[in-house]
Design a protein around this ligand. Sequence first.
Ligand SMILES: *Cc1c(COP(=O)(O)O)cnc(C)c1O
Length: 453
Amino acid sequence: MAQRKFTLDEKDLPTHWYNIQADLPTPLPPPLHPGTGQPIGPQDLAPLFPIELIKQEVSRERWIPIPEPVRDAYRLWRPTPLIRALGLEKAIGTPARIYYKWEGVSPAGSHKPNTAIAQAYYNKQEGVRRLATETGAGQWGSALAMAARMFGLECKVYMVRVSYDQKPYRRVLMETWGASVVPSPSPDTNAGRAALRADPDSPGSLGLAISEAVEDAATREDTKYSLGSVLNHVLMHQTVIGLEAKKQLELAGERADILVGCVGGGSNFSGFAFPFVADKLAGKTDARIVAVEPMASPSLTKGRYLYDFGDAAMTTPLLKMHTLGHGFMPAPIHAGGLRYHGMAPAVCALYDTQVIEAVAVHQNPTFEAAVQFARAEGFVPAPESAHAIRVVIDEALRCRESGQAKTIAFNLSGHGLFDLGAYERYLKGQLEDYEYPADKVEQALADLPKVAV
Ligand SMILES: *Cc1c(COP(=O)(O)O)cnc(C)c1O
């Protein structure tokens, strides 16, 4: 019998995070001040983030030690298992060997606590009392609500209106961990009030919710802001995933030919892939590393690589990234998550230099892959993670045709037990494939800030 599960001991939990900035052939383009268009300094970010996280954001040290209290919290569910998808391989009839790193075992059900714990810890260390954040589907909000509670911080979550209405259980989960949750746009901030005046029924967007949370943090002494993806320090905290996975693939006696992850803002993909990207940059592997995004929100494959705001109200620093424009509103029919208009600058730089690839997939084939996976492996994947599964199955089918026994590894970033509404719509045949039109990208890009770079 082939071995199914590759587990590490508590003592094998990584002691350091891996910082890809040490190994990028060219430094990342700096974030720019939205007013002056000049590179921002640490003092510009100090109202929003604790100093230690600002340092990590710009650090070029390769290894950053993980503080003991953070490792201790990680030990609740880490190291997470790497599982050979024997059931899926059989269902597909492929000679490929498929492995998944299973991040759904965290208390919040996704990879997001890997950074939420670290962020709550550093804020607590620096005397912060309260954290403000945004959440789309609710995964990030629930991860931060849990982490804030562990370190004795208050937590306010601006939850995108459509999700607030359609996904009450995630809200209840956040409230169970003690967070206060409001629908965004909310009457609690200037950005929210302006959006409500323009459209009292606004469904909200991630960009708008970010504006509200940033405003909350910037206008209160006791509060800082917390972001669940996109930024360098967030991606770095997630590298515990890939560092563990590398050891586990060694235990399995494997070298991955193809590594796959889904991308919204880029954090789970980066956390899984960057330790392998390090090997690729060092010429130690020529594995294909594939980021998968939805056709309905295709920032890498259809966006332009330009400086844009991180939020809809145009208040955050400008980041050089593949973007659909900060005014991007995802189509309401899109059920699969991964809705952010931009993408982590580090992921964009690697895509631009062709170290990694990107693929966009439609939502019906994505849910088809999710259901196939659930029936073969038992675990019900988050719709986000299912984007990666779609591409893994497609690659495994190619192996079936060519007879090649490739090794494919992917990050299963979370479970879908709070997403059964989306599964229900798929099973009833109510989901439509929707491709974000190229001319809308062009239109949105017309409002991009003009900076001289
Ligand atoms: C939030 C989330 C994502 C997308 O965010 P990234 O920052 O791109 O990882 C993917 N999968 C799950 C389960 C999530 O909760």
